[in-house]
Design a protein around this ligand. Sequence first.
Ligand code: FAD
Length: 487
Amino acid sequence: APFPLAIDPAARPARSVPADLAARLRAALPEGVVLTEEADRTAYLVEERSLYRGEAPIVLRPRSTEEVATAVRLCTEAGVAIVPQGGNTGLVGGTVSAAHEVLLSLGRMNRIEEVDPLNFTMTVQSGCVLADIQSAAEAADRLFPLSLGAQGSCQIGGNLASNAGGINVLRYGNARELTLGLEVVLADGRVWNGLRALHKDNTGYALKHLFIGSEGTLGIITRAVLKLFPRLTDRQVALCALNDPSDALTLLSMARGRAGEAVTAFELISSFALEIVERHTGGQTPFAGRHPLYALVELAGSDRDGTLRPAMESLLESAFEAGVVADAVIAESLDQAGNLWRLREGIPETQKKAGGSIKHDISVPVSRVPDFLRRAGEAVETAMPGVRICAFGHLGDGNIHYNLTQPEGMEKTAFLAQWERMNAVVHDIVAGLSGSISAEHGIGLLKAGELLRYKDPVEMDLMRRLRDALDPAHLLNPGKMMGRGGG
Ligand code: FAD
């Protein structure tokens, strides 16, 4: 019989894991699922940015939905909270566990169950690595367009739980738009089977959208039906040197006006961001001098008529004539296109080598990005003279990774101690422009305080009520997103 959803809301999680929980889990689950040895757990307790360290004394590695459901039921009965973990590449501390919590890794649920090229869908377990899903789609002459720097290790369950974005959102939307159906293990151990492969389904509330982007606080995603698209057979990539953010906006508008849906990516790269990539990777920009800003533009399509190359050339010609672009280069081969993309993709890694970073993942209406860059640039320089701005990201989505690198000569610890103060400087400007303090990375532990500061109180109240309805004892990833106070 299913465990009842109505858990006493007053029940608080046990402050330590009961001594017999590991034994009870071992008795109910196959060998190899329950890890308690420190050496076996360590890999699951580290965190991408090294800002936190997990402490869960038990790590679970189920292989099936039934095993997840059993694990959740036993933990819930014991009043022990569960932290779901996918590829552990999240950037906001969403998978960090406490000593009284159990960590549940989905990594062994990595089966691609079905590719249906005629329906343009794929059914997968949630622990599938994103790159494997992309490859399986390609093998069926289809495209799964979600694409981001961590795709070699992040998992589709983590992508969905954090509603990941990446470089193709402009054309295909983020993870939410790429999902048709979900299967979810609820807080009481019941399984919600919403695994429908329907392109149209108006039969009540779109429950899947509650779980997508919920960061493991409403349920554990175990399987998904994903949308596929026609495979792209032509790809044209150009790097453009620009003098001003408003030129980037004009170029984006020209590109979309002329090439429409063929604009798959439009990435902005600040001068400092490109400089550190060149310095630390040996990559090189194709331009003689420095420019204040660069845009990486990609046109891609499924037609084989070779229309995209002339479209890119004519776009750049017009942009030159209009004085919008100072210099530009179009990749002549796939290798060259890869080299241009590496300049963009190398930024997150090389930032670590350039010193400490205080990071912001913001979005504003696309038309207000130049305004944001100008205002934020002035404000951070006033707040911390000499701070170096490493801004890059998805201009087409109004999403800028506005990262601050420590001023030369400042101690890293002294710089990082300013994290909250500098967050407030940047996020106040974002709020003033009706933007978001987390465009694609989510809230996790890192931004729970910031969410409380900026989110509308009515919206917070609705979120808490949904949480109370689906996880009354707050045993799913507590403390993430709504902070300790909000469960
Ligand atoms: P995890 O980090 O394991 O988990 C993320 C959150 O989801 C946690 O709260 C976790 O509890 C929850 N969760 C995980 N699996 C499940 C599940 N099955 N059910 C319920 N909850 C679950 N993000 C972007 O959006 N766009 C980018 O362009 C981008 N680029 C990146 C580049 C690099 C180099 C790195 C390191 C990260 C980048 N990220 C980006 C952030 C990160 O990779 C994504 O957020 C990714 O979607 C997280 O997937 P994951 O499997 O690693 O999830």
